[in-house]
Design a protein around this ligand. Structure first.
Ligand code: ADP
Ligand code: MG
Length: 257
């Protein structure tokens, strides 16, 4: 992070933890009579990997849609980098540096790996040379450097997942929101993906919000975890605290242990 950004953010310092990059207050989203997210408040701190977990239908993807501006909240406020983004568009929010991936692949399937990544660089980088360089760096980071001319749809599943991450990284995010990025990955691929996430945080300095079903992975990689249940925050804490929380155990197993 450069000095200008540090100055801009200093008012939001939360003390011993990283500065608050993203803040949700009383977030709510209704779909007709169904309340998908209710009274959800949380903060995402600079430099952390924050997990967002909860049973199917808990409201995790809806939360991603809200914070990235794909759908507006029914009520509540969102701020990013100290700016109110509650009614801002997805394009505006992504240009501010909050980039999300989708639970289901959203690749340009008939285009090459290189073109999929290059398109994501165009808002920030103005010259072809800079875009190509960024594309090559992100492809290398995600293990795609030998597949640049391959069409996205003919990549094996695991590499399609890596491509969606390369596309997100190409846009130079400050915050990367990953929606179930490990789905369908095999053992060694899971480990490689987790190593990549750790590297994205430590070497690229990107803060991560992670929705993931693979509990072992979540427990290993997250600094803090938010647990949603029926759209409401059920618990929050370190992986250890959350995994020992009676309410969380009950929500996942449907009964007390
Ligand atoms: P999760 O990602 O935690 O599995 P979702 O956020 O996808 O959960 O969904 C939360 C609830 O909101 C579910 O009951 C789901 O059916 C509902 N929902 C999500 N998106 C829509 C939508 N666009 N229209 C109607 N209901 C929706
Ligand atoms: Mg989901």
């Amino acid at each position: 992070m450069n000095d200008t950004q540090t100055d801009t953010l200093s008012a939001y310092n939360t003390g011993s933890e990283g500065k608050t990059l993203l803040k949700a207050e009383g977030l709510e989203r209704k779909f007709g009579g169904l309340t998908a997210v209710a009274d959800f408040s949380f903060e995402l701190h600079d430099g952390e990997i924050l997990g967002l977990i909860g049973p199917n239908g808990a409201g995790k993807s809806t939360t991603f849609n809200l914070i990235s501006g794909f759908i507006p909240p029914t009520s509540g406020t969102l701020s990013f980098l100290g700016q109110n983004i509650t009614s801002k568009s997805a394009t505006y929010i992504s240009r501010m540096g909050l980039i999300r991936t989708f639970q289901h692949e959203s690749l340009l399937s008939e285009m090459s790996v290189a073109d999929n990544i290059i398109i994501a660089t165009t808002h920030r980088l103005k010259t072809a040379a800079a875009r190509l360089e960024r594309m090559r760096e992100m492809a290398k980071l995600t293990g795609l450097e030998d597949y640049l001319e391959v069409t996205a749809s003919s990549l094996p599943h695991g590499l399609q997942r890596m491509l969606s991450i390369a596309i997100a990284l190409a846009a130079e995010p400050k915050v990367l929101c990953l929606d179930e990025p490990l789905t369908g990955l095999q053992g060694a691929e899971v480990k490689a993906a987790l190593d990549l996430f750790e590297m994205i945080r430590s070497e690229l300095g990107i803060t991560i919000l992670l929705v993931e079903h693979n509990m072992r992975a979540v427990m290993r990689i997250c600094d803090r975890i938010l647990v949603l249940n029926h759209g409401r925050l059920l618990a929050t804490g370190t992986p250890e605290e959350v995994s020992q929380n009676e309410l969380v155990i009950e929500a996942y197993l449907g009964h007390k242990k």
